[in-house]
Ligand binder design. Structure first.
Ligand code: ATP
Ligand code: MG
Ligand code: MG
Ligand code: MG
Length: 576
């Protein structure tokens, strides 16, 4: 590709609504363009990344024996009424009507349609197992679309569905997919963890999420550094249902910063009755001034468990501080941060666990939480409106839970992740609801055993950027970079040898199958380098007149702080 024939459109500043690095950088690098809330154009540069993600996923899915097909984006409501999801799914499901007043949905996922296809076309156990997948547009009317492609309303998902004759066979299909997912995520070149997830009503442990590790992730992962235990927060809680709870005051002293006040002090300070049933967010401090004032740097957010009548204590004043604070219930916080209802509790771990609800709130399970709110602006505390600074929980990223892991091999720790994939054993949930059967080897009809497997195709590039960027821009892993190599000739219009050498290297690289872009825009070197660093091309080759005369070109990896010289004759072999 030649840059002059491609579309490159970079921005110096990110739009104000872009809150996290991936969103800012994808906008600035001209990869996406907003059309509406949670709805984006994939611009040419961004689409190349999406296509590379798709290609890897497609290749590994095919290798794992899955079969590609494509299901309609707009689906008749009847199928969704059969499973009850048309009503159950709530406002996240986009429902539309055609000119005859018939109901349709825009697919958020496709269990109903695939089950309908299979119940018509698969009759015998002899045709099983089968696994069908599609890479297709999805729509979810997210309560809080945000962070660009990270949580869009329209997005691309790879969704696969396995059909088997027995639970054992279905579990084998599940394991096969879980393995394929490891191969896929290994190929992306990102740090990730496969974590046990809640498998809902079906029970068992056949649900895993694939989480890309990033401090801005919306999910919290509990893991054991000494073993391979890893689970998402909901699952970790579910595992420890009957552990005794810590006394509140004890929990507070367990937090990372030494505190001088107890929860009772805090409660007294806030004039708030402290009981096991308190369920609200309050502000507290570990350093009370003699006049009862609170030092900015030592404010803690406390999340109290239990019910509390918020009408009683909607707005409170902290003595010594000329500010009023809003108190929020768990539900309000969940809504505010777009968590699932019930996400915040009850927590039942033995010792405090940091639960990172969002970038800006940290909650210790068993009720005391903490963010040692460095960078936290008292004036910004207004739950339900302004979001505090991301730095709020920076401290807590590595907060160690200090609890023994369920496998007994070490202590639990917490980190944050971005859910990029999910594998799930479904059992007969959908086949039963839709009366989808095949004839078993005993000649009797049986319900299909199913599994479903998703990958957030367009979320993945955003997750990759959260993990790989610096102050100059994106740093793509080779596997999903829009181009792997960029050639930057310096003033080719003035130096014919530069033009000849770069054209030649470009042609050679193309012939060798390297995904290369030649920057023939005649930009100044500074502007040219700034663009490619922002866009994040991993390998850059600079071809200048002086270097050529000395017989070399300059090579710099996007992570390198300086370039190195490569003999002109060896450039091709080096870059291949
Ligand atoms: P989340 O917990 O982030 O809302 P989910 O659990 O609802 O995701 P799944 O139903 O498991 O999502 O869908 C499979 C995959 O689709 C997810 O693992 C994620 O990578 C991706 N995905 C889900 N919702 C979105 C979205 N709004 N924008 C982009 N990708 C998404
Ligand atoms: Mg969701
Ligand atoms: Mg999820
Ligand atoms: Mg999921």
């Amino acid at each position: 590709m030649k840059a002059s024939q491609f579309f490159i459109s970079t921005l110096k500043e990110a739009p104000a609504d872009a809150e996290i690095a991936s969103h800012q950088l994808m906008m600035r690098a001209g990869m996406i363009k907003k059309l509406g809330a949670g709805i984006y154009n994939y611009m040419p540069m961004g689409l190349r990344v999406v296509r590379k993600v798709e290609a890897i996923v497609r290749e590994e899915m095919n290798k794992a024996g899955a079969i590609e097909m494509s299901m309609p984006v707009i689906q008749p409501a009847e199928l969704w009424q059969e499973t009850g999801r048309f009503e159950q799914m709530g406002p996240e499901l986009l429902r539309i009507k055609d000119r005859h007043g018939r109901d349709f949905v825009v697919q958020p996922t496709s269990e109903e349609v695939i089950t309908d296809v299979i119940r018509q076309d698969i009759r015998s156990y002899k045709q099983l197992p089968k696994n069908f997948y599609q890479i297709q547009t999805k729509f979810r009317d997210e309560r809080r679309p945000r962070f660009g492609l990270m949580r869009g309303r329209e997005f691309i998902m790879k969704d696969a569905y396995s059909f088997d004759r027995s639970p054992e066979a279905a579990k084998a299909s599940y394991k096969n997919m879980a393995q394929a997912y490891r191969r896929i995520f290994d190929r992306f070149g990102l740090r990730y963890r496969a974590v046990a997830a809640d498998s809902g009503a079906i029970g068992g442990d056949l649900s895993e999420e694939f989480q890309v590790i990033a401090s801005t992730g919306e999910d919290a992962i509990v893991y054991c550094p000494q073993s391979d235990y890893a689970a998402n927060m909901e699952k970790a809680e579910a595992l420890a249902p009957s552990q005794p709870r810590l006394e509140p005051s004890l929990a507070l002293t367990k937090t990372a910063t030494p505190d001088k006040s107890t929860c009772a002090d805090v409660a007294a300070l806030l004039d708030m009755p402290l009981s096991a049933t308190v369920k609200s967010l309050v502000l507290a401090t570990d350093q009370l001034g003699e006049d009862g004032s609170i030092a900015k740097s030592t404010v803690w957010l406390l999340l109290l468990r239990g019910d509390h009548d918020m009408n009683e204590i909607k707005v409170g004043k902290i003595p010594g501080l000329d500010k009023s604070f809003r108190f929020a219930t768990l539900t309000e916080i969940e809504e505010h941060f777009g968590c699932k209802p019930g996400y915040l509790g009850p927590f039942n771990l033995l010792k405090p666990v940091t639960l990172l609800v969002d970038r800006d709130v940290a909650v210790m399970a068993d009720w005391v939480c903490g963010a040692n709110v460095e960078g936290f602006h008292m004036t910004g505390v207004n739950w339900g409106r302004d979001l505090p600074e991301p730095a709020l929980v920076a401290d807590l990223r590595n907060a160690v839970v200090g609890d023994a892991s369920p496998d007994g091999k070490g202590e639990l720790a917490i980190e944050r992740g971005i859910e990029v994939g999910h594998v799930f054993y479904l059992g007969t949930k959908y086949s039963r609801a839709m009366n989808a059967t095949f004839l078993g080897d005993n000649g009797k009809p049986q319900f299909f055993e199913m599994g479903c497997y998703g990958i957030g195709i367009t979320r993945l590039p955003a997750a990759a950027i959260e993990q790989n960027h610096d102050e100059r821009g994106i740093i793509w892993p080779d596997a999903i970079a829009p181009f792997t190599v960029v050639l930057c000739p310096i003033s080719p219009d003035r130096f014919p040898d530069v033009k000849t050498a770069s054209d030649q290297l470009y042609a050679d690289l193309l012939a060798a199958g390297v995904d290369v872009i030649l920057d023939d825009r005649n930009e100044r070197p500074g502007a040219m380098f700034a663009d490619w660093e922002l866009i994040g091309i991993p390998h850059r080759v600079t071809i200048g007149d002086r270097g050529l005369k000395d017989g070399h070109i300059e090579y710099q990896h996007r992570r390198d702080s300086a370039s190195s010289q490569i003999a002109s004759g060896e450039a091709l072999a080096f870059l291949k």
